[in-house]
Ligand binder design. Structure first.
Ligand SMILES: [Fe+2]
Length: 456
């Protein structure tokens, strides 16, 4: 017997049996103990059964007779009330008869898993209990799984929320980085422009002065036009400054020869500055290069369509039209090669000769009322030479030309790159003595740019 019992697995699920007949309770207890159930509780009272449940909420199976008899609680009533205490227990009803109404009531109200007819078949009863337990475990597993899924869903929801916050934070950081990069890019661009200008100042001071003045005129015209989308002041200034940058490649002498004395070859060479200019700006940031390309390419076009690319009136880039007027004005006023210097009024009169061609309708510039030429002419009456940026700066050939009272237009350095005096400083006698001392030490001060007191 001991051998037989030891082979049976121990089952932890608790069973409660309720029946008014002691003999049936003992039979059930024996049967389930035999099968391996460790805890088989029995009672013949519905009330007692409820209190047992209260103290054993982990009871897994309840087997109850439909007829109890000891107290006033019916089998259905007891099973119904057991639901409050052990909602997930497997409820099996023993019944001596099969009144379909009572059976259906038990199923509906007390969630009875199965009915077993008395007298029962032991195997059938055990199988029913096992099937009920499997269904219960499955249900619990499903419930557990859905709890886990709900927990996971909550977790992912939170993760998702965190992720969104992270993304938003990253986007903000990215935005700040972009801003910083743009600022840096602008600084680099400014630095690059200034360096390029400085190179121009060093390599071709005449070209540098002309370019800066044209840039200033372009800025003033753009400001007057007051349309930042079509005429962004700083970009237009830049276009003015760099319109002739291709001339850096030309020998100084060629830039200075009066136009009427130029040979055909020299004219050809001179006209190459447009293409060279386009070449020189090719490494500028794309958006700047795009903006500068047409103005550089077309600044020698004529409104009447007789320029190098034969562009006509509105086909000519508008910035190029403004540059053409400013550049011609500056050359006619200050450049020997263009018959300068001239006064403001004389220059404008000279330009007006080109304003209309033979047919008296279209000439070199846009001469329409309120057109670019008219705007420019008005500005020349309002802007003094002193207002033009550094229009009167000049480089001295040697220390011997330095005089007390001159104002430095650029920082002064020696050939050994020793800083000497800052831009804006007014030269004193002591400065000249020191410059001479430096010269004796083979550490000359060089590139002495001063603000000229009088313009031409
Ligand atoms: Fe030019």
């Amino acid at each position: 017997m001991a051998k037989g019992k030891s082979k049976r697995p121990k089952i932890d699920h608790k069973i409660l049996c309720v029946d008014d007949e002691e003999i049936i309770l003992r039979a059930l207890q024996r049967l389930f103990n035999y099968v391996g159930y460790q805890t088989v509780l029995t009672t013949h009272s519905g009330e007692v059964a409820l209190s047992i449940l209260e103290n054993n909420l982990d009871i897994a199976v309840i087997i109850a007779d439909e007829k109890m008899g000891v107290d006033n609680i019916s089998g259905n009533e007891f099973l119904k009330r057991s639901m409050e205490l052990c909602p997930d227990a497997v409820r099996i009803q023993l019944t001596a008869f099969s009144d379909p109404e009572i059976l259906q009531g038990a199923v509906n109200e007390a969630k009875v898993y199965s009915h077993i007819r008395k007298p029962w078949d032991n195997k059938e009863l055990v199988k029913t209990v096992q099937a009920g337990l499997r269904a219960k475990l499955l249900k619990e597993a499903k419930h557990q799984r859905s709890l886990q899924l709900a927990k996971a869903a909550r977790h992912y929801k939170k993760e998702n929320g965190d992720l969104k916050e992270d993304i938003s934070r990253l986007e903000k950081t990215n935005e700040q980085l972009q801003k910083a990069m743009t600022q840096t890019a602008n600084q680099v661009n400014d630095g690059f422009m200034n360096t390029l200008l400085f190179v121009m100042q060093y390599a071709a001071p005449d070209l540098w002065l002309h370019s800066r003045r044209v840039g200033k005129w372009c800025f003033l015209v753009a400001k007057e036009l007051d349309d930042s989308n079509r005429y962004p002041t700083e970009l237009l200034r830049m276009a003015g400054v760099f319109h002739d940058i291709g001339k850096l490649n030309l020998p100084k002498e060629l830039r200075e020869i009066p136009l009427e004395q130029l040979t055909e070859d020299q004219k050809q060479q001179l006209s190459g500055h447009v293409v060279d200019g386009l070449w020189l700006i090719r490494r500028l940031p794309e958006e700047v290069r795009k903006a500068l390309r047409a103005p550089i390419r077309e600044h020698h076009e004529r409104y009447d369509g007789t320029g190098p690319y034969q562009r006509f009136q509105d086909q000519i880039n508008t910035w190029a039209q403004i540059i053409a007027i400013a550049s011609d004005y500056d050359n006619l006023r200050f450049a020997n090669s263009h018959g300068g210097p001239r006064g403001q009024q004389e220059t404008i009169e000279k330009m007006k000769e080109d304003l209309y061609s033979v047919n008296d309708r279209v000439g070199k510039y846009d001469g329409k009322p309120a057109g670019y030429f008219e705007i420019f002419e008005k500005l020349t009456q309002e802007v003094s030479d002193q207002d033009l940026e550094r229009q009167s700066v000049e480089e001295l050939d040697s220390i011997d030309d330095v005089q007390v009272g001159q104002v430095l237009a650029e920082d002064l350095y020696t050939v050994k790159d020793t800083f000497f005096r800052a831009r804006g400083h007014t030269v004193e006698a002591l400065d000249i003595e020191k410059m001479k001392l430096y010269e004796e030490e083979k550490n000359d001060v060089r590139h002495i740019w001063i603000e000229a007191k009088e313009s031409n």
